[in-house]
Design a protein around this ligand. Structure first.
Ligand code: FMN
Ligand code: SF4
Length: 1450
């Protein structure tokens, strides 16, 4: 083929802009239209790219990948189906490389458009000039964005003319800076911007669609911007406009018809009146808003003209995009959208367009414009009737594999083979037979080769065939030659080969069937195909519409064929949907064909009857894919990374399978010697073991199909009800029931209707409310009941409720007890369901908790189901606890590293989230939007909290600056000073975790052991005025922290990419912790009397500094057994203030901390995490026995404690000067949140201070900051900055200065009520009461937490609030002012009005009757509001107030 202006200008730009130029040659004897240009340039040009040609039938994708460079690779070809098919398997990999694919087309875009979904940028040129300009644009775009660009252009006519950019300007253009704004030129003055700014020359918004971004735009916005800035550079070079969309014809504001032309421009000069013609030169990314901006409100219809006569399925790509844009537009009246095929545009006249508009409005279909070339006729004899749904896929198969497609169960065979011919068993038999025959062919050829009866040419030909016999293209061509040669040769060997000549080309063998097979894998023969190991491909078409997914027969559960096949290990599996991604279908079919073994392709095509509208099929497909019901994926076990997810969402069971796979491959990779152990004994191979496992799974499946089904539905907030449901489901299975378990909101009322028996287990959340994951289901039940409907008639059910009869203890609240379970039980009956067993109730207050009630109820369930007599032999699997996770983690590794790589979810696996705690990381999710996301059916907005390890809370200004930056770059832009004197970042998404940790380490800090069952951040008093002493205790605190630090190298390996500890030579060991680490967390603090700012008695171990007569540190009084965490309603849990054990010297200190930890390690309760802290160990062992154990390990007795006295546990705000003459300023940061707020730019202020500060920062355990060690020379500058940013404002009330709150909502997963966001608001109100009573400056220690875990140490406050449910708190009174005494529950549930009503008279009383210097906590005890708490174990005694102040309990 000779060149045209288009092909030679494209070839020229490709040549002059690339490092590597690849071109595909057309079939001989045609010549490439690019060849001439390339040859002349290689003589004339100074630019010398590597030039490569790919022969016809070769694999251009592989050539492009092999020759990738960091700069630019260009590819030139004429589009045709075979070429596109060869590119498809590589397209995903190519898409993220700087590659430009220039594909010339004649008059049909079908072939080229197949690649469009997988390529980031797709440009389209209608004329030779456009082809030239777009080639420049494409080259620069690919080069700067490092992404593939597909440039589709027309071969065009030889008469076209164009202006070309000079050679010398091309390379500088590719390398030039990005202009910041569009270039000024005459042509963009009249249009409202050049490149998509107003797109079409009309002012934004004229046509009623201002260029607001649509939701769906967001995906393409960034890419669109890249395109736009690249056009600016190109326009600056060419001085010609480049517009993504060009509109011409009638004034848009008065058009009744808009015609989008995706193809060559129509050539007539003027469009008919009222018709606006829009053509696109940018095909991808094409934001919906850009399409909409071309459709005025006056438009009654939109016609989408696509030049794609060969497109194999009904709906064409651009039509669907326009439909979707119109449907999602925020307009009330939406124009009708019509698809139309464009033939040859040159023949189209104005009058044809008018006719088209008329046809569209009178409902003529299908529409077409321009002369259409009829596709070759396929005679009915060749294609007997195949159900319509299968036809879409079989058409694709025929197109892909052409002559070598063999449908083994084709209905065509029925005539010759009988009705059995369409069954998979028959087909499998056929495949087996054919493969046997092919084997015979191979041995016949071998025989002929060995015989010596043939000429050397024939010998060479047969040898070539032997080598290439499995290559689909070569085997066919060579096969044909073999037949020609052998037909002239006599003898039995040649005759034998000719007898099997139909096997000379490598066939693609397919068995096609429907999802009916999935109901019964055994009988369907599908199992046999999967297990056969034969090189056969199975295409299973699933037609169940997404909306009808629950109406299937519940007694015959459909099995997940994909999962089943994947479990086999050596089967290629793909899940595809032609109406979601056509390119992915092609990719999967090509891969399946290539895979040497069984392949299963599950193809989705949802429809109920043959005449359903195709738009419905499209919608159903979209919903199914978006919801993860029909995930698009490909699993190729021959690859290193077998799994590729092609859609966004996955089903849970698929996720679980992948998790399992990850885990197995991780274990095998890290410990190759384990591989055989992992997969069984006797040296079996992994595959063999997998096959066995699959066989067992298959047998289980078969067993389950016949068993009566039991569905267990649960609603649970805290996980207890879920656990009970899981156990019940497991026990059901063990009794042979076909059991399924889900949360209530995972099903609809319609789903449940068809189930035989459903057991519900629900706890209660809030005040008598249903847990979150049951609310939608219950709402639907309530609605049905309100309408008097009985949708669940025939359903059998029983309910087990789990609650706490004391959660809301007032008599008037008694009805909240187990309200959810009771309500559900009644409601189910109301909507027609039949109760088979009375409601069961579990109460946290019972001796054995909810188990007491459950033990009675469960046997009755088995009886009701008639399986009570079934003997259960299998031992119940032991529940996985944190202890299992720790010991199996290989010293805190788990599969964290693999989890970080997994892009399919924002979370880590549940076990890994337990392990990351040891690395200072908590997985959380944004709870403010949790419900909303659940409604949308997407996973929670997972994010992580990172806590820094920073003993004593001391850091340098440069470290502060880095923390500030980390919050901005990786987190939510704020950070928190915690009650353990460290920094905490929130809102870090998974992708940012590793960079954030690396940045923290770059600042010479780390996060190791900031959380987890290890020693946590060691606290030390901030004591600004005692500089020398602070220096000593700070060193001591650091020493203890280092001494008790875990020794695992996992932290460095996972986060800092340090080398893996491999083999036996370098084994991780934890000399102090061992593989199990501690039973629970372990907290150490150091205090300097008289300040108890670290709340020493709240810690597992405390060191109270004892100063000698000369003011020097003599040693410490050691305390042990403090701890805060409690569980609501569980009286086995309580807070405890530590006991003083004795005195030790400074040198002995860290070993004392170690030995106490070891006694706890060996004696702590590992069976119950709620009872595992040191405080319980001491109470269980007795203080004396415990102390003896510690002293035994120490080898000496602790000296008697020395006198000390504390007088406060709040911070000393304001200025102080140390003995060394340096200055310190303690500033007030409400609840430790470092952020900028209107009028309070504290984050900026502290950053500005850090930039010039020469001393240190100290964080306090009350969540405030000391700017410490300020030399006198800097004093004024710092003061100025403090004043400038209002950081020196300490004129808060005494109450506010003494307050403290934990984080709680929205990030803490355990929060039951607001804390950090609410306490300041509450203080505003209580402050007023204090002011009214003249107590503005009096300090009352008030603390709040969002749950009973007690992070802000609420149980030592004078007054405290602990979250129970949104807006509702426990109220506690009577803590010691300097943290020496626990408070006690005064009211079990208060809301804000209650709090104010209680505090108002109480504070007044305090103002009037307090003794000299008497603190509030002491006052409420002396005046009989509450009894004092003398020890943790007695915390619950006398709760609820004293005498007249006592609350009447339920
Ligand atoms: C915030 C909150 C509110 C609760 N409200 C009630 C209630 O109103 N009535 C009740 O009987 N139990 C109530 N309980 C107790 C729980 O229902 C009970 O502890 C249950 O076992 C928790 O199960 P779960 O972990 O599955 O959510 C409440 C518990 C919490 C944490
Ligand atoms: S006290 Fe509870 S709610 Fe507050 S941060 Fe700690 S765990 Fe979260």
């Amino acid at each position: 083929m000779s060149s045209t202006p288009s092909t030679s200008s494209v070839a020229r730009i490709a040549y002059l802009s690339s490092d590597v130029l690849v071109s595909s040659l057309p079939p001989f004897p045609s010549t490439s239209p690019y060849a001439e240009t390339i040859t002349s340039l290689s003589d004339a040009s100074r630019h010398r790219p590597i030039v490569l040609s790919v022969l016809n039938g070769g694999d251009p994708g592989a050539t492009l990948l092999r020759n990738r460079t960091g700069k630019l690779v260009s590819y030139l070809a004429l589009a045709n189906p075979q070429l596109v098919t060869r590119l498809v398997p590589h397209i995903t990999e190519l898409s993220s490389l700087p590659v430009v694919l220039h594909l010339a087309v004649r008059d049909d875009l079908s072939d080229a458009l197949i690649l469009r979904p997988s390529i980031p940028f797709v440009l389209h040129s209608s004329t030779a000039q456009q082809a030239h300009d777009n080639s420049l644009l494409a080259s620069r775009l690919a080069r700067t964005e490092k992404k593939a660009v597909l440039h589709i252009f027309y071969v065009g006519e030889s008469t076209e003319t164009l202006d070309e950019v000079q050679e010398g300007r091309i390379q500088p253009f590719l390398l030039s800076e990005v202009p910041r704004s569009p270039p000024r030129s005459p042509f963009n003055a009249q249009a409202n911007g050049v490149n998509g700014h107003g797109l079409n020359g009309f002012a934004n918004g004229v046509n009623g669609h201002p260029e607001e971004l649509l939701e769906s735009d967001s995906i393409t916005t960034d890419m669109y911007k890249s395109y736009e800035t690249t056009t600016w550079s190109t326009v600056a070079l060419t001085r010609r406009p480049i517009r993504p969309i060009i509109q011409r014809g009638s004034s848009p504001s008065s058009s009744h018809t808009v015609i989008f032309v995706f193809g060559r421009q129509l050539t007539f000069s003027e469009a008919p009146e009222g018709v606006s013609l829009v053509s696109a030169s940018l095909f991808s990314p094409l934001p919906p808003s850009k399409l909409l901006s071309a459709i005025p409100p006056s438009a009654e219809r939109v016609i989408v003209l696509e030049q794609i006569q060969k497109w194999p399925v009904k709906f064409t790509p651009f039509y669907l995009e326009v439909v979707s844009a119109v449907q999602n537009a925020h307009t009330e009246i939406k124009p009708a959208v019509y698809p139309c095929v464009l033939g040859h545009p040159d023949t189209v006249k104005q009058v044809d367009v008018l006719k088209l508009v008329q046809q569209a409005s009178s409902g003529v279909a299908p529409l077409h414009l321009g002369s259409i070339v009829e596709p070759p006729h396929v005679s009915s004899a060749e294609v007997p009737h195949v159900p319509k749904h299968e036809l879409s896929y079989t058409k694709i198969l025929s197109k892909l594999f052409e002559g070598r497609l063999e449908i083994e169960n084709s209905p065509f065979l029925v005539a010759s083979e009988g009705s059995e011919a369409t069954t998979p068993e028959f087909a499998l038999g056929r495949v087996r037979g054919e493969l046997e025959e092919r084997k015979e062919l191979v041995s016949a050829v071998q025989e002929l080769l060995d015989s010596g009866d043939i000429t050397s040419d024939v010998h060479a030909l047969l040898s070539k065939w032997m080598i290439s016999r499995d290559d689909p293209v070569k085997s066919r061509a060579l096969g044909a030659e073999v037949v020609t040669e052998l037909e002239g040769i006599k003898g039995p060997a040649a005759a034998k080969v000719l007898a099997f000549k139909h096997h000379l080309s490598a066939l693609s063998r397919w068995i096609i069937g429907s999802d009916i097979w999935a109901y019964d894998l055994g009988a369907s023969g599908l199992h046999h195909a999967i297990a056969s190991g034969l090189n056969v491909n199975v295409l299973v078409v699933d037609t169940t519409p997404y909306s009808a997914r629950h109406t299937a027969d519940p007694h015959r559960r459909k099995q997940d064929v994909g999962l089943y096949a994947m479990n086999h290990g050596d089967v290629y599996v793909a899940s595809v949907a032609v109406y979601s991604s056509y390119a992915q279908v092609l990719q999967a079919l090509v891969e399946a064909d290539k895979f040497n073994g069984p392949s299963v392709v599950l193809a989705y095509l949802p429809y109920v009857s043959e005449d359903v509208a195709a738009l419905e099929v499209l919608k159903e497909t979209k919903n199914a894919v978006d919801a993860g019901y029909w995930p698009l994926y490909r699993w190729d076990p021959s690859k290193e990374e077998p799994f590729v997810l092609d859609s966004d969402a996955v089903k849970n069971d698929l996720q679980a399978f992948l998790d399992r796979q990850n885990h197995i491959s991780q274990l095998v990779r890290s410990k190759p010697e384990l591989a055989s152990e992992l997969v069984g004994s006797l040296g079996e191979s992994l595959k063999e073991a997998r096959r066995k496992k699959a066989l067992k799974a298959y047998e289980d499946l078969l067993g389950n199909i016949d068993a009566p089904p039991l569905l267990v539905l649960y609603a649970s907030d805290g996980g207890k009800a879920e656990k009970v449901a899981k156990r019940l489901a497991g026990r059901g299975k063990a009794r042979g029931l076909s059991t399924d378990m889900k949360s209530m909101d995972a099903v609809s009322v319609e789903d449940v209707k068809e189930e035989g028996i459903v057991v519900f287990i629900t706890s209660v959340a809030g005040q008598g409310e249903f847990p979150q994951n049951g609310r939608t289901f219950v709402k639907a039940l309530n609605a049905a009941a309100a309408r008097g409907e009985k949708p669940l008639e025939g359903l059998k059910f029983s309910v087990f409720g789990m609650g706490d009869s004391h959660y809301w203890p007032r008599p008037e609240d008694a009805h909240y007890y187990n309200k959810a379970g009771k309500d559900l039980d009644a409601r189910l009956e109301q909507v027609g369901a039949q109760r088979v067993l009375q409601l069961g109730l579990g109460d946290d207050q019972d001796a054995d908790g909810p188990e007491t009630g459950y033990k009675i109820w469960e046997p009755l369930v088995w009886k009701a189901l008639g399986v009570d007599a079934v003997e259960v032999k299998e031992a119940e699997p032991e529940p996985i606890t944190n202890e299992h996770i720790k010991v199996a983690s290989n010293y805190l590794r788990g599969t964290i590293a693999e989890g970080l790589e997994d892009k399919t979810t924002g979370s880590l696996s549940p076990a890994d989230t337990q392990l990351t705690k040891f690395h200072g990381i908590y997985q959380q999710d944004d709870r403010d939007i949790r419900d909303e996301r659940e409604v949308q059916g997407v996973e929670p907005a997972y994010q992580f909290m990172i806590r820094v390890r920073m003993p004593g809370g001391v850091c340098r200004p440069d470290q502060w600056l880095q923390m500030d930056q980390i919050a901005d770059e990786h987190g939510n832009g704020t950070f928190k000073i915690t009650t353990r004197q460290t920094f905490q970042f929130h809102g870090i998404i998974k992708r940012h975790l590793k960079p954030a940790i690396q940045d923290i380490n770059r600042a010479l800090l780390d996060t190791l052991a900031a959380c987890g069952d290890v020693n946590r951040n060691v606290l030390c008093s901030a004591v600004p005025s005692l500089s020398r002493l602070h220096a000593e205790i700070y060193e001591f605190a650091k020493g203890v922290s280092e001494h008790l630090l875990p020794r695992t190298t996992a932290y460095h390996e996972i986060w800092l990419d340090k080398k893996l500890v491999a083999g036996d030579a370098l084994k991780d060991a934890e000399p102090l912790y061992g593989e199990f680490y501690l039973p629970r967390k372990y907290k150490v603090a150091v205090a300097v009397p008289p300040t108890n700012d670290v709340d020493i008695f709240a810690n597992d171990v405390g060191f109270i500094a004892i100063v000698d007569g000369k003011g020097r540190l003599a040693g410490f009084n050691v305390t042990a057994g403090g701890g805060m965490g409690v569980t609501h309603g569980n009286k086995k849990t309580y807070p405890r203030a530590a006991d003083v054990l004795g005195f030790c010297t400074v040198e002995q200190g860290k070993i004392v901390a170690e030995k106490i930890m070891l006694v706890q390690r060996d004696n702590g309760n590992r069976a119950d995490r709620k009872n595992a802290r040191l405080k319980y160990t001491i109470d269980r062992m007795g203080l004396d026995v415990f102390k003896d154990e510690v002293e035994k390990l120490l080898g000496y007795k602790l000296a008697p404690a020395r006198p000390y006295s504390f007088d406060r546990n709040i911070d000393d705000f304001g200025w102080a000067t140390g003995e060394d003459g340096k200055h310190h300023f303690t500033l007030f940061i409400e609840n430790g949140r470092i952020q900028d707020e209107p009028n309070r730019d504290f984050k900026t202020g502290l950053r500005e201070i850090a930039k010039i500060h020469k001393g240190t920062f100290r964080l306090t355990a009350n969540q405030h900051v000391v700017i410490s060690d300020i030399p006198s020379s800097e004093l004024e500058t710092i003061k100025d900055l403090l004043a400038k940013y209002k950081l020196d404002n300490l004129s808060h009330s005494g109450l506010r200065l003494s307050s403290s709150a934990c984080v709680a909502f929205p990030t803490c997963g355990l929060a039951m009520a607001e804390s950090e966001r609410y306490l300041p608001v509450l203080i505003d109100k209580v402050e007023k009461i204090c002011e009214e009573n003249g107590l503005r400056n009096d300090s009352i220690v008030m603390r709040m937490t969002g749950c009973p875990n007690g992070c802000a140490r609420p149980y030592l406050a004078e007054v405290a609030f602990v979250g129970k449910a949104p807006g509702t708190y426990l109220m506690l009174l009577g803590g010691g002012y300097y943290g020496q005494r626990l408070n006690k529950i005064y009211r079990e549930s208060v809301t804000e009005p209650d709090i104010l009503a209680i505090l108002k008279p109480m504070i007044k009383h305090y103002a009037l009757e307090r003794l000299e210097g008497e603190h509030f906590g002491d006052f409420v005890i002396r005046t009989g509001y509450i009894a004092p708490t003398t020890s943790g174990k007695e915390w619950y005694d006398h709760m609820g107030g004293e005498g007249q102040h006592r609350e009447i309990m339920a």
